[in-house]
Write a protein that binds this ligand. Structure first.
Ligand SMILES: [Zn+2]
Ligand SMILES: [Zn+2]
Length: 260
């Protein structure tokens, strides 16, 4: 069994085809998928998808790209929405200095609101970090110092130092299709240094499809390709990487029911 810890099934890329995509995922051994919220405003649509499929769960939160539009979202609101049985995580929130689609102070402010919600609910915070290693490390150090909260550095593409700090602070590191790309040798070196009990895999679909699908639309079934490269990278079998990442997933996503 594999798990796709991060995908975006609400994106228009998947409209009309969701049932087939979930079925293909199951056929590939992906028995749990977490569809990740990018706008609290659109949370009802995410929840409807999670409600429709037994294997699909969701998060609640505001992507850093949208942080400027959702500065009114409070920790209380996130905590309240997270009460739904299908909500298993908070986020994705974080800092994206690559695109800088929202002002950096708004991104940071949003991140703090989400951290507080993760701390209160005990649900893992899905962290998006891009080109923001130093500020992210500072915020994580400060905030874990005020009280621990579970978190994932999702779609990890930052530097070795942020991975090391994240792990030291109790976080998990999730690898996407980027790990499989030819020019990602440095990222594979980072993956080798992440303790096995902190590794996760994800697709971030519809983005970042691993080969042989690179450049095309990604979907949860393809998490198997990323898992295979991660297995190869750390020197374990495909069966072992499935066991490792799935055990890690259920340890972190405490609200997620295990398949019968
Ligand atoms: Zn992200
Ligand atoms: Zn995402």
């Amino acid at each position: 069994m594999l798990v796709d810890s991060h995908c975006h099934l609400d994106f228009p890329d998947f409209a009309e085809e969701r049932a087939a995509i979930v079925a293909r995922a199951k056929a590939a051994g992906v028995e749990r998928m977490v569809t990740i919220s990018t706008r609290v405003k659109k949370f009802p649509q995410i929840l409807a998808i999670a409600d429709e499929f037994e294997e699909v769960f969701c998060s609640v939160g505001t992507h850093p790209h949208n942080a400027g539009e959702e500065l009114d979202v409070t920790t209380e609101e996130l905590v309240r929405l997270a009460q739904h049985p299908k909500v298993v995580a908070i986020g994705e929130a974080g800092l994206d200095y690559h695109y800088d689609k929202a002002p950096r102070d708004a991104q940071a402010q949003g991140l703090l609101v989400h951290i507080a919600a993760a701390r209160q609910t005990g649900l893992p915070l899905v962290i998006h970090a891009r080109n923001a290693d130093e500020d992210m490390a500072d915020i994580l150090k400060d905030e874990t110092g005020k009280g621990a909260f579970p978190f994932i550095l999702h779609c990890f593409s930052s530097g070795a130092e942020l991975a090391r700090i994240g792990v030291e602070l109790g976080g998990y590191v999730s690898f996407s299709g980027i790990l499989t790309f030819k020019n990602s040798a440095e990222l594979r070196e980072i993956a080798k240094d992440v303790p096995r009990e902190r590794l996760l895999v994800e697709t971030d679909a519809p983005y970042l499809a691993p080969p042989p699908h690179r450049g095309k639309r990604n979907e949860p079934a393809f998490v198997a390709q990323t898992a295979a490269v991660l297995a190869d990278t750390i020197g374990v079998s495909d069966t072992e990487i499935a066991e490792i990442t799935t055990a890690n997933f259920f340890r972190l996503f405490t609200k997620m029911p295990k398949p019968a």
